[in-house]
Write a protein that binds this ligand. Structure first.
Ligand code: NAD
Ligand code: TYD
Length: 333
């Protein structure tokens, strides 16, 4: 691998991956390709800005010309670019189809024409839908519940079809819920940490007993790097944190770490079609030698400490546009 195109590299997982990749592969160049939507932020990459092996391109993955131009001198692609927030997909589904389906398609077409040597499609456990008991393996049928997960499933299926039909050397990684530094403060953990810092309510959906499997972002970056190096093309790999927790349990741990009262918890109306539980079987990636390395309490403590220290990073994100979204999302609940 000589030069990787990292789409969505200015977002949460993408920017953590860029930092990780520049360290793991001292000879590899990284081109970040990102539209800089509300979730994209060059501040996430400020510490690699002066690295001569890093370059940034601002463009949309659904636009053919800039995609081809940026991909032309790369030999590997990892696609993080997506609209990613389930609640926003319920309010504004259109962008999800454009980016997560049409955008992925545009990248696949370019990868096929340009003979890209390796392509990782970054996906999510949400494509399998909810599971009450047991855990999904990679061959499980897709049963997405939200416009977000349905769009991601569309991207996955197109990717796998491009591997079969055109021999594009790609693989799909489906990870569970990531958490860690640089996560936009609309998602559960950063929203609750930043609200608690301001002594604002933490809006817990429904009975708060939905289960998510939590994965520290650096552990996911290690898994994705390993898949770029050694994953088998045409395959799907589940990447889970082996850490299932109810939302209310996560919330209480956050409050305990921060020394804030549980009275900040506010139960609000549930999300429509809210998946009850996600769970993955991950033997396939474990067989390559990967396992999640960060215990949840350690990862959560690091994450909370990061948000406490980096108010300069998150405070500007809770801007008037965010407040407007917050009113729309939570105002009537
Ligand atoms: P994020 O929302 O923080 O970042 C997404 C990035 O993609 C942003 O920088 C944004 O500007 C960029 N982007 C959006 N639309 C674009 C477009 N049309 N063209 C170019 N760039 C565009 O997301 P994240 O949490 O870092 O997630 C990254 C990937 O991982 C996504 O594909 C997501 O589905 C997947 N994933 C995320 C999680 C999680 O817990 N966050 C879990 C499993 C899978
Ligand atoms: P989220 O971070 O949106 O990730 P996802 O929906 O992709 O799993 O939400 C994680 C869990 O937390 C999910 O069960 C929904 C719940 N949740 C709340 O209870 N309140 C909130 O304000 C948010 C954002 C999420």
């Amino acid at each position: 691998m000589r030069k990787i195109l990292v789409t969505g590299g200015a977002g949460f997982i993408g920017s953590n991956f860029v930092r990780y990749a520049l360290e793991r592969w001292p000879d590899v160049e990284v081109v970040v390709f990102d539209k800089l939507t509300y979730a994209g932020n060059l501040a996430n990459l400020s510490d690699v800005d002066d690295n001569p092996r890093y370059r940034f391109v601002q463009a949309d993955i659904a636009e053919e010309a800039p995609v081809r131009e940026a991909m032309a001198d790369c030999d590997a692609v990892i696609n993080f670019a997506a609209e990613t927030h389930v609640d926003r997909s319920i309010l504004f589904p259109r962008e999800f189809v454009f980016t997560d389906v049409v955008g992925t398609f545009t990248l696949l077409e370019a990868a096929r024409d340009l003979g890209i040597a390796r392509f990782v499609q970054v996906s999510t456990d949400e494509v399998y839908g909810s599971v009450e008991e047991g855990a999904f393996e990679e061959g499980a049928p897709l049963n997405p519940s939200s416009p977000y997960s349905a769009s991601k499933a569309g991207g996955d299926l197109l990717a796998l079809a491009y591997a079969k039909t055109f021999g594009v050397p790609l693989l799909v990684a489906r990870s569970s819920n990531n958490y860690g530094p640089y996560q936009y403060p609309e998602k559960l953990i950063p929203l609750f940490v930043t609200n608690a810092l301001d002594d604002q309510p933490l809006p817990l959906y429904g009975d708060g007993r939905q289960v998510r499997d939590w994965l520290y972002v650096e552990d996911n970056c290690a898994a994705l790097a390993l898949l770029l190096e050694a994953g088998e093309v045409g395959e799907v790999y589940n990447v889970g944190g082996d850490c299932e927790l109810e939302n209310v349990d996560v919330t209480r741990r956050i409050l305990r770490l921060m020394g804030k009262p549980e009275s900040l918890i506010q139960y609000v109306a549930d999300r429509p079609a809210h998946d009850r539980r996600y769970a993955l079987q991950c033997e396939r990636i474990r067989a390559l030698g990967w396992e999640p390395a960060t215990p949840f309490d350690e990862g959560l403590a690091k994450t909370v400490a990061w948000y406490v220290e980096r108010e300069d990073w998150w405070r500007p994100l809770k801007d008037p546009a965010f407040q407007e979204y917050y009113r729309q999302q939570y105002g009537e609940r």
